[in-house]
Ligand binder design. Structure first.
Ligand SMILES: [Zn+2]
Length: 243
């Protein structure tokens, strides 16, 4: 004997839901609401609030026949009290691990100073294991990895365009005030340190040596950085993001 419940996915969850923003879900037994939401295509990491029959519930709540379940992402505040937020609290200094398709996003987030693990040969189990061991937030465009039961923190990146992806991540994790340029190496993720010009003079072209005085060295890969002519464009981009 099967029962049904009605689900309503709100805001950015609506396009993720496999059968539309509002759908009837047929089930047998008493599945946890989390399993039902994931069966409808929405990873649990995307969900912050579940309102079942007008009451804020957690992921383990058994699904009841005939119930209306409203599902909200982080940032939505429907009028219900008390509200049981299911997303982990925002971290002051979040660190990320990105899947193999997000190399351009990793590079940009590092340019903004954010700690981003990325390798183009990571396998999903490695990403999950590292995320759990080191408290990293998984950024991915593959919802399968986020449905893994052990994954606690993750974000399904919506856009395929790297500049839009940066805006999404800054917005989701409220990072605009934490942007620091020339802080982290975009190539290897290690930190940059000021280096005396005299020490790296032999590595500079004559024009660079003549016009620039301040240099940063990556302590991981030895790459040298300075605010050269290209930097004005980066600076405009950073200021645009911060505003
Ligand atoms: Zn480096």
């Amino acid at each position: 004997m099967s029962d049904s419940a009605r689900f309503c996915f709100h805001d950015r969850l609506a396009p993720l839901a496999r059968r539309g923003a509002v759908c009837d879900y047929v089930f047998t037994g008493r599945p946890a609401v989390k399993d039902s939401i994931e069966a409808l295509g929405v990873p649990h990491t995307e969900v912050d609030l579940i309102i079942a029959a007008g009451r804020s519930v957690d992921f383990s709540c058994p699904l009841q026949p005939g119930v209306l379940v409203d599902v909200y992402p982080f940032g939505c505040l429907p009028e219900v009290a008390p509200r049981l937020h299911l997303s982990p609290p925002l971290l002051e200094r979040p660190a990320f691990i990105l899947d193999v398709h997000l190399g351009k996003l990793a590079r940009r987030l590092r340019m903004l100073g954010f700690d981003c693990r990325y390798r183009n040969d990571y396998l999903d189990p490695q990403i999950i294991a590292l995320a759990l061991a080191e408290g990293l937030i998984i950024l991915t465009r593959d919802r399968g990895i986020l449905k893994h039961a052990r994954v606690r923190q993750g974000y399904l990146v919506g856009s395929s365009e790297p500049e839009r992806q940066v805006c999404e991540v800054l917005e989701r994790y409220r990072l605009h005030q934490q942007i620091r340029s020339l802080f982290r190496c975009p190539c290897c993720n290690d930190l940059l340190e000021p280096v005396p010009k005299q020490q790296i003079l032999h590595r500079l072209l004559p024009k660079t040596a003549r016009y620039y005085q301040n240099f940063q060295l990556c302590r991981g890969c030895d790459q040298l950085y300075w605010q050269g002519s290209h930097y004005a464009k980066i600076d405009r981009w950073v200021k645009g993001l911060m505003s």
